[in-house]
Design a protein around this ligand. Structure first.
Ligand code: 1GP
Length: 256
């Protein structure tokens, strides 16, 4: 019996052979379907590789469905759900990060929400991509909501140990998360330490705002760089375009 790798996951692996990837995260709590449509179009034009949709508070039901539908109608990029719990599912998406918050102190976020959501994932025919999710200080809203014991910023070895454990548990992606809107991204030393032990792709997000941030995160070893706030809170579409252009450049200039 063979493990089936779905379309979106294959797309990710194939692209990673040639380049570092940049995913844009849109939180339905912060963007309307109309703005999401504009940002998705812009992302596709600027060379972003996928759109993630989710958030820790309020990204559920009709609000979530409408944002996902609007992105799908306006771009060809894969839409990957980034659920805060079993509520964060939409049948209009292509795939979801089937994530376990490994350093949560609450089993609900490690296996509970996953069990509650599993049948719906099947019913909606969503492609689940198994992912270990690790919260690094400060952790922001997701750290608080997810009852995380955030990994101290000056302890790269703890992050590496959790990441490797995630890989050994069968996770096919590892996500280091400083939290959406974090004042600083995950430290470069920590990214390097985690990357040095992994054989599966590493995703890094939280607090990445500039060309320089994106570049150093990619250079330190992130295979996939995620940005959300920088574009969502840019203030205008013109400003968002400039910021996103620089972020994509920072990621794509670093060769794998
Ligand atoms: C949050 O890692 C993502 O889950 C993105 O963070 O909003 O800070 O870019 P930002």
């Amino acid at each position: 019996m063979r493990i089936k790798i779905g379309k979106v996951e294959s797309y990710i692996y194939e692209k990673l052979e040639k380049e570092k990837l940049h995913f844009v995260l849109l939180d339905p709590d912060d963007v309307s379907p109309e703005v999401a449509a504009e940002l998705a179009k812009m992302s596709e034009e600027l060379g972003v590789d996928a759109i993630m949709v989710g958030g820790s508070t309020g990204a559920e039901g009709e609000i979530l469905d409408n944002v996902v539908k609007s992105i799908k109608e306006n771009s060809n990029l894969p839409v990957i759900l980034f659920p805060g719990s079993h509520g964060g599912l939409s049948k209009y998406a292509d795939a979801l990060f089937f994530m376990s918050l490994l350093n949560s102190t609450n089993p609900f976020f490690i296996t509970g929400a996953q069990a509650l959501g599993a049948f719906r994932v099947k019913q909606y025919k969503l492609e689940p991509i198994p992912m270990a999710y690790l919260i690094v200080e400060p952790g922001e809203a997701v750290g608080w909501v997810g009852d995380a014991k955030p990994i101290p910023r000056h302890k790269p070895k703890i992050a590496a140990a959790y990441a490797l454990a995630g890989q050994y548990m069968g996770m096919r992606l590892i996500y280091l998360e400083a939290g959406s809107g974090a004042p600083k991204h995950v430290p470069n030393e920590m990214i390097k330490a985690v990357k040095s032990v992994l054989d599966v792709p590493l995703i890094v997000g939280g607090g990445i705002r500039t060309y320089q941030d994106a570049r150093e995160v990619a250079q330190s070893g992130a295979d996939i760089v995620v940005t959300g706030t920088a574009v969502e809170k840019a203030g205008s579409l013109e400003k968002a375009q400039k910021i996103l252009e620089n972020l994509v450049k920072g990621v794509k200039e670093v060769k794998p």
